[in-house]
Design a protein around this ligand. Structure first.
Ligand code: BES
Ligand code: MN
Ligand code: ZN
Length: 479
């Protein structure tokens, strides 16, 4: 999608030639003497337009206005959330029309969060998945003019939001692809294609190299399938090589059947999204390439399928992780932590300033926080605070969860150093406690995105979260 930033207010918007003009109206709107505000004032006065966020009034070829269609969209007090509601409703309304070029103008200057939210919402509402449809109608809305009353102050916010949107769409694209179109090898191919961009490098390790590294836990998950595993290492170098990088680790289970601890059939298709953490890392690198910030970032993706077969791991099997710790695999469906633990150990070699892993790790996290906030776990208060803040400012929210040592009791094993599952209670926390054992050597945080990475039901599809949060975190650290 192509975004362009322009400077005009409602009076100027009348002259803009486009297929659809969306006017985002705050409740505090004071009409000027121009045509558009005249129409708005009349509609408000007549009760044809309410000021509640998401309420719309549509006009067709109104006199004196350059746009073919005009959508007046209320955004209440103009908060980030209300912007999203207003934009989503307005774009949904024009999506069924042949409109290709949109212009969006604001009745009052939005704040940073509200502008970001509006840009993200227009992309979200106009996104169309096509890659495995034979007659996929391509996305009609290709060009969007964002018009601000004055631009100078928010120019950098605009640039960052547009890069975030491209990263989010890249993440969505890969997360949405079915498992047979997004194998570990294909994911590695995507990472390699990102390495064509400025300052990005990519190295892909296969089964032999991973065996040499003694990633016994990661290999154990991958042994139940014929599809070869890949360990993807991405590097973005925007600062001096001596500058410590932030490491992002994305869970890359391209399909999670549960293994021998097989999952029930209903909704099992959704386990193609179990590489959403990996997809979010790819999305962040896409955005880094666009923005070229002066930071260093490493992306690690342990990618494999979790299937059941003649060679698959069995409940009770004990494996040795790269760290040397032995793990009793009591449930083969708790595979995410088994691939992540070796990636965490691998991360040590980068002497990172921080390591953040991103994983669709537990159904329990989905139960705890639903689809609104991702679960955040961290033993480092500063890192946790920075991530929470990044979530708030990007409206890609997360919520900090506890990590008391008492939660680790259930992970004790009679046959290994640690078991890969505890009881049902506090399942998101016990999973995080497992990971924490492998993250002692650096500042570490874990984002459980099981509830936020995709939507189920009629709107089934990836959300591209938490690309916006991660990007905001990285760019804030760069300032
Ligand atoms: N990928 C799943 C987590 C998941 C489940 C995400 C449903 C979104 C929706 C993960 O690998 C898993 O299966 N976790 C188990 C852990 C359990 C066996 C301790 C779970 O959450 O049931
Ligand atoms: Mn699983
Ligand atoms: Zn999984």
């Amino acid at each position: 999608m192509n975004f362009e930033l322009k400077t005009f207010d409602l009076a100027g918007a009348a002259a803009e030639k486009c297929d659809a003009l969306i006017v985002l109206l705050q409740a505090s709107f004071k009409p000027g003497i121009d045509v558009l505000s005249g129409l708005v004032a009349q509609a408000l006065k007549a009760g044809d337009l309410e000021t509640k966020a998401g309420k719309l009034l549509q006009l067709y070829r109104p006199a004196g206005i350059g746009a073919t269609r005009v959508v007046l969209a209320s955004v209440g007090d103009g908060t980030a959330r209300e912007m999203r509601q207003g934009v989503a409703a307005a774009v949904a309304a024009v999506k069924s029309s042949p409109a290709k070029k949109l212009a969006i103008c604001f009745s009052a200057m939005p704040d940073e969060r509200a502008l970001r939210s509006a840009i993200m919402a227009v992309a979200e509402a106009s996104y169309v998945y096509t890659s495995t449809k034979s007659k996929g109608e391509p996305r009609l809305i290709q060009r969007v003019v964002i018009a601000l009353p004055t631009v100078a102050r928010l120019k950098s916010v605009f640039v960052q939001a547009v890069a975030a949107v491209a990263g989010i769409e890249y993440a969505k694209e890969w997360a949405n692809r079915p498992a047979n179109h997004a194998t570990p090898t294909l994911l590695a191919g995507a990472a390699k294609s990102l390495a064509k961009l400025h300052n990005i490098e990519c190295e892909v390790l296969g089964p032999k190299e991973v065996a040499k590294l003694a990633m016994g836990s990661f290999m154990a998950v991958a042994q139940g399938t014929d599809e070869p595993l890949r360990f993807i290492v991405l590097r973005y170098t925007g600062a001096a090589k001596t500058e410590a990088p932030t490491v992002l680790i994305g869970k890359g289970i391209t399909f999670d059947s549960g293994g021998i601890s097989l999952k029930p059939a209903p909704e099992m298709d959704e386990m193609k999204f179990d590489m959403s953490g990996a997809a979010s890392v790819l999305g962040v690198f896409h955005a880094l390439a666009d923005l070229q910030p002066a930071i260093n970032v490493v992306g690690l993706i342990p990618a494999c399928e979790n299937l059941s077969g003649g060679r698959a791991i069995k409940p009770g099997d004990v494996v040795t992780s790269m760290s040397g710790q032995t793990i009793e695999i009591l449930n083969t469906d708790a595979e995410g932590r088994l691939v992540l633990c070796d990636a965490l150990t691998y991360a040590e070699r980068f002497k990172p300033r921080a390591v953040v892993d991103i994983a669709t790790l537990t159904g329990a996290c989905m139960i705890a926080l639903g689809g609104v906030r991702s679960g955040l776990f961290s033993s480092n208060d500063e890192l946790a605070a920075a991530l929470v803040l990044a979530g708030e400012s990007s409206t890609d929210l997360c919520w900090r969860m506890p990590l008391d040592d008492d939660y680790a009791e259930g992970l004790k094993s009679n046959f290994a150093d640690v078991a890969n599952v505890a009881g049902r209670q506090g399942g998101a926390i016990t999973a995080a406690k497992f990971l924490q054992r492998f993250a002692a050597k650096f500042a570490w945080a874990h984002l459980d995105i099981a509830g936020t990475a995709w939507k189920s039901g009629a709107a089934k599809g990836a959300t591209g979260r938490p690309v916006a949060l991660l990007l905001e975190y990285l760019l804030t650290a760069a300032k």
